[in-house]
Design a protein around this ligand. Structure first.
Ligand SMILES: *Cc1c(COP(=O)(O)O)cnc(C)c1O
Length: 446
């Protein structure tokens, strides 16, 4: 069966995520038959370089031999068992490994099965912690402008990207929003000061709402879905101090930035902080299976630990919590980090991405090229200053051009970005950047 036939069958029944389905009247759905390394291949043998790690999940390539082997082995043993009252080796080993590599002080692991659910868990746990401690007046969450934490209703409520949120506004709990430390347009040498300045309104909010706030939730260093806006670790450092001073939790949502994307294994390391809750998903399984984890410390754990009759337990659950296959894929992924110089190799690749994109800084319609580790973003603007109206869908033109040239780019509005799997080669980086540059030329021609 060829692409067209698969596409026809697809459009007869599938409703795709994050998609206006009418777009597919003249935009193809690309059916993928197989993947290998950084490449995807369709049913007619056309190949696409996966420059965005299939929505930021893939770390070590598609059909990675070592992860495949681990999964085959696990499949012969156990596919799934409930995690209430029962347990299994992959869940236990993974919890041990996560606690060993996470920032110090995180010693308890609660599993869920996707990123949004992890955020829900962290929000509920924080609220419930205060309640168990007798502070029932704490019901609010502080969130940053332009943040994204997923799309279930609780996660959407603490998010701030209008495109995803506004429609559902009437359904969402009210949050306290503070300015983002986003450094768009700020020269690199001023990033730290810019971040520190953004702490002032945060402090004010925490002061004004003393005793009402459960937690501040933040995406460390890069607001990925928020157009890849970036900021300095100095903000995180100050934020940790502010949370301590005002006695509120800090939830670090490292669902997108965890596992090496920012240059360190976890972004929080760059500020040398430990959050009260660390949310992980996406790269956790190397991009193989849905799984998420919320890490926290003994202080939080203890607040729930009591006789059953006191009803302080955290009763949250999902059917596939801690699925053995997913945990095994995660263990194989962590094994790759442990046995190969991944972060060091990535420094070389990140440098290649920086070099290859240097000429784009002088493009007449590029406002900024910014980078944090293995995430590089190019923000388009007319004459480098005037934001293109979203209705013009300039990024979509880049996407189309990428497909024609065999590179999967999926710009966020006017922001073209790269977040490739770590198995990408320097030559593939050249190709990826060249095709993006052509696409940017085409997309900004008028
Ligand atoms: C993707 C993402 C989520 C949501 O994860 P899902 O698995 O898509 O529900 C939450 N937070 C951040 C920062 C993300 O990038």
């Amino acid at each position: 069966m060829d692409n067209r036939q698969w596409m026809g069958r697809d459009l007869a029944h599938l409703w795709h995520p994050c998609t206006q389905m009418k777009d597919h009247e003249n935009l193809p759905v690309i059916p993928i038959r197989r993947g290998e390394g950084a490449w995807l291949e369709d049913f007619e043998g056309r190949r696409y370089l996966d420059a965005i790690s299939s929505w930021w999940v893939n770390l070590f390539g598609h059909a990675n031999p070592r992860i495949n082997a681990a999964l085959h082995e696990q499949l012969e043993q156990l596919e799934h068992v409930l995690l209430a009252g029962f347990s299994h080796a992959p869940a236990i080993e993974l919890a041990e490994r996560l606690c060993a590599i996470a920032p110090p002080g995180l010693s308890r692991v609660f599993y869920a099965d996707n990123g949004s659910s992890a955020v829900e868990v962290a929000l509920k746990m924080s609220f419930h912690y205060w309640r168990n401690r007798g502070e029932t007046g704490r019901t609010r969450f502080v969130t940053l402008a332009n943040s994204y934490h997923g799309e279930t209703l609780g996660a959407l409520a603490v998010g701030n990207v209008e495109l995803y949120r506004d429609t559902y506004g009437p359904l969402l709990m009210e949050t306290l929003t503070v300015p983002s430390p986003d450094c768009f347009g700020v020269p690199p040498e001023e990033w730290a000061a810019h971040g520190e300045a953004a702490l002032e309104p945060l402090e004010e909010t925490l002061e004004r709402h003393a005793g009402e706030v459960c937690a501040v939730i933040v995406e460390p260093l890069v607001q990925c879905a928020g157009y890849m806006r970036m900021y300095h670790p100095a903000y995180l450092k100050g934020l940790r101090e502010a949370c301590d001073r005002h006695r509120v939790h800090l939830i670090a949502d490292e669902i997108a930035v965890g596992f090496g994307r920012t240059g360190t294994l976890f972004a929080c390391e760059q500020a040398a902080i430990t959050p009260d809750f660390l949310c992980l998903s996406k790269g956790l399984t190397g991009g193989y299976l849905p799984l998420s984890a919320v890490l926290t410390g003994e202080e939080v754990y203890d607040a729930f630990y009591d006789d059953y009759q006191r009803l302080t337990a955290f009763l949250h659950s999902h059917s596939y919590t801690g699925n053995p296959l997913a945990c095994r894929a995660a263990l194989a992924t962590l094994e790759l980090f442990a046995t190969e110089p991944v972060l060091e190799r990535n420094r070389g690749l990140a440098h290649r991405m920086a070099e290859a994109t240097t000429p784009l800084k002088d493009h007449p319609h590029v406002a900024e090229v910014r980078q944090t580790g293995m995430i590089l973003a190019i923000e388009l603007a007319r004459h480098g200053r005037e934001a293109y109206p979203w209705q013009e869908r300039r990024g979509l033109r880049v996407y189309r051009h990428g497909l024609e040239r065999g590179v999967l780019l999926r710009p966020l509005g006017n922001v073209v970005y790269f977040m490739p799997p770590y198995v990408i080669t320097p030559e593939e980086i050249e190709l990826m950047v060249q095709v993006a540059a052509e696409g940017i030329d085409l997309a900004t021609r008028d």
